[in-house]
Design a protein around this ligand. Structure first.
Ligand SMILES: [Zn+2]
Ligand SMILES: [Zn+2]
Length: 118
């Protein structure tokens, strides 16, 4: 009996969908947002602009999100958050770019990176 309808903003805003594809491992997923403050998750802001998808397993209205990946801050390719594909130090890097910049990173970051590389 409650007039619940006017409380809910209708989702008429056009949903942009990005085809996210990791350039490194070829993981493909639909992203609903790219940036730092996903509109469907209120109390969350990300450290860097990311491709974000709504968590399909999260109950509606919960605003759970999955971060898929990001763009490399150097070469701009899309990379997923898999640690074999991307490296985060202040910015997001793809592994080849991170390795290129290796010498400019602090020693502890560098050793972390070299562990990933194997
Ligand atoms: Zn990947
Ligand atoms: Zn790169």
């Amino acid at each position: 009996m409650m007039a619940d309808d006017d409380k809910k903003p209708k989702e008429e805003v056009e949903q942009l969908v990005y085809d996210f594809k990791c350039s490194s491992c070829a993981m493909e997923e639909k992203a609903h947002y790219k940036g730092k403050n996903p509109p469907f998750s209120r109390n969350l802001s990300l450290k860097y602009p990311s491709y974000v998808m709504k968590d399909p397993f999260s109950p509606p209205g919960k605003g759970e999100i999955l971060v898929l990946g990001s763009d490399c801050s150097v070469c701009g390719i899309s990379i997923c958050i898999n640690k074999e594909c991307s490296f985060f130090y202040l910015k997001m890097y793809c592994i080849p770019c991170a390795l290129n910049l290796n010498e400019t990173f602090p020693i502890e970051v560098k050793s972390k990176l070299l562990q990933i590389k194997k």
